[in-house]
Design a binder for this molecule. Structure first.
Ligand SMILES: [Zn+2]
Length: 468
């Protein structure tokens, strides 16, 4: 990836000004003259004394604008319903399908009310539901749990499994119903508290999430919950003095130091972007999306993001807005970029690879590959392109240069997909990713290409579109 820098790409240039106190300013058009460093920001041209600047990192490419992490706050516990009924499970699902007549027979037996017969029905529906989940059929799986609950309404494992489906679908409010029922049956279940914390966290009710996770830790300490709790408590502390605003699709928190009208403008712009993404991706996120506007210092402290990240989406959209009094075109782009991550994350149930997330988010904010095309093609000609498989995981550990390259290559790939098959191809790809075991398999099933062919298609596209 260092190659990219050596090639001396000159693109829509953005640089990082690193101050002697460690602060980093990402800016464009950085000019050093007469003892001053001047630069462009979303708020207009600014200048600072050269004496406080440690160095300027020239970055050939446009800055990596954001980082995404849409993994759930905690992992889902394994809650087995069928313990002791492995034989029933084995008969319920065989030869690649659910045995509906066997399930019907078990239900008939259970109508008499015998405890063993009811336990068998629960085990059979659980086996059927787990089979469908593995196939990506979330609705079918939920239907099996609901059916089993008509026979065993107080079965906590059934209730927890049903809630986990809602949580994975980002239906946080819906998840609370089975969880509250489970709590009434088993008030001391750590799993119930863990999952309730997840539901409240997802629904932007941080204080309630913290309460649940604390309770879970008292009942049964767990590293996974400890990490989520620490993060939520940090957020809660920072946001204690924040003000709030809400619209149909967003719940916004912003520092009291922010300009009073800014929050209102931000919500207005977000609603516009929401409508356009809803149409483009043919998807509506089921719950309000959380957005937090920070001062720059608070953003760095809270998110602990790498220096190159200008905003972040970890389930909530976190944006630094220091010095802004209105929504500039740059801020609007950042908001659309971050909102795209929320849509893609929820549509794929958190399974979209980072390259697709970032490629699509950049496309939606209006970036195109023109300035990076020559360098990307040169790298591809040297067989030095990063493989998409290697760009599936988190990019949080990447250096600024590697991140710039990864962003540029991902945008080019998404651009080539959209230009060859339209947004319909992207929609189909996202739907397949939500249900298939790997992204490459989803790519093959939806677009009939593998990663190597995607790289080839991308390079061809760049050549044809920009380098003739
Ligand atoms: Zn991003």
């Amino acid at each position: 990836m260092a190659l990219f820098v050596l090639l001396g790409v000159s693109a829509a240039s953005a640089d990082t000004i690193v101050l002697k106190n460690g602060r980093r300013i990402i800016a464009s058009d950085v000019v050093v003259a007469n003892g001053r460093v001047s630069y462009e920001t979303p708020a207009g041209e600014l200048a600072i004394p050269e004496s406080i600047v440690a160095r300027i990192e020239r970055n050939g490419l446009a800055p990596a604008s954001s980082s995404v992490d849409t993994a759930p706050p905690v992992t889902a516990p394994r809650v087995d319903v069928a313990a002791g009924y492995a034989d029933v499970a084995a008969v319920s699902v065989h030869d690649g399908s659910v045995d509906a007549s066997y399930l019907a027979q078990l239900e008939m037996d259970a109508r008499g009310g015998g405890l063993t017969a009811i336990a068998k029905v629960a085990a059979a529906h659980h086996a059927a539901a787990q089979f469908l989940l593995a196939e990506g059929d979330f609705e079918g799986a939920a239907a099996h749990y609901r059916q089993a609950l008509t026979f065993a309404p107080d079965n906590v494992p059934l209730l927890l499994n049903l809630a986990m489906i809602d949580l994975r679908e980002s239906e946080f409010t819906a998840a609370l119903e089975p969880l509250e029922h489970a709590r009434r049956v088993d008030p001391n279940s750590a799993d119930v508290a863990k999952l309730m914390g997840w539901a409240y966290y997802g629904a932007n009710k941080l204080d309630l999430a913290v309460g649940e996770w604390k309770r879970a830790q008292q009942l049964h300490p767990d590293d996974d919950v400890a990490g989520a709790l620490e993060k939520a408590e940090r957020d809660l502390l920072e946001e204690a003095g924040y003000r709030e605003g809400e619209t149909a699709h967003f719940s916004l928190k912003y520092s009291g130091a922010a300009a009073p009208d800014l929050a209102r403008f931000v919500l207005h712009v977000l609603e516009d972007h929401f409508r356009s993404l809803e149409t483009e991706l043919d998807y509506t996120p089921p719950e309000r999306i959380g957005v937090i506007l920070y001062t720059n210092e608070a953003f760095a402290d809270i998110t602990r993001a790498p220096g190159w990240a200008g905003a972040i989406n970890d389930g909530r959209i976190r944006v630094p807005v220091q010095g802004l009094t209105t929504v500039t075109s740059d801020l609007s782009r950042v908001l659309k970029h971050e909102l795209t991550h929320s849509f893609v994350g929820q549509k794929t149930r958190g399974r979209a690879p980072t390259w697709l997330q970032e490629g699509l988010a950049q496309w939606m904010e209006g970036r195109r590959s023109r300035d990076a095309a020559a360098a990307l093609v040169q790298i591809a000609d040297k067989n030095a392109s990063e493989s998409f498989g290697q760009m599936e995981g988190s990019w949080m550990g990447l250096s600024g240069d590697s991140a710039s390259y990864a962003y540029a290559w991902s945008l080019a790939a998404v651009e080539s997909i959209i230009r060859s098959g339209g947004m319909g191809d992207v929609e189909r790809l996202l739907d397949h990713i939500a249900t298939e075991p790997s992204t490459e398999l989803a790519l093959r099933d939806s677009l009939r290409i593998d990663y190597a062919e995607l790289a080839e298609q991308t390079t061809k596209y760049l050549r044809r579109e920009y380098l003739r």
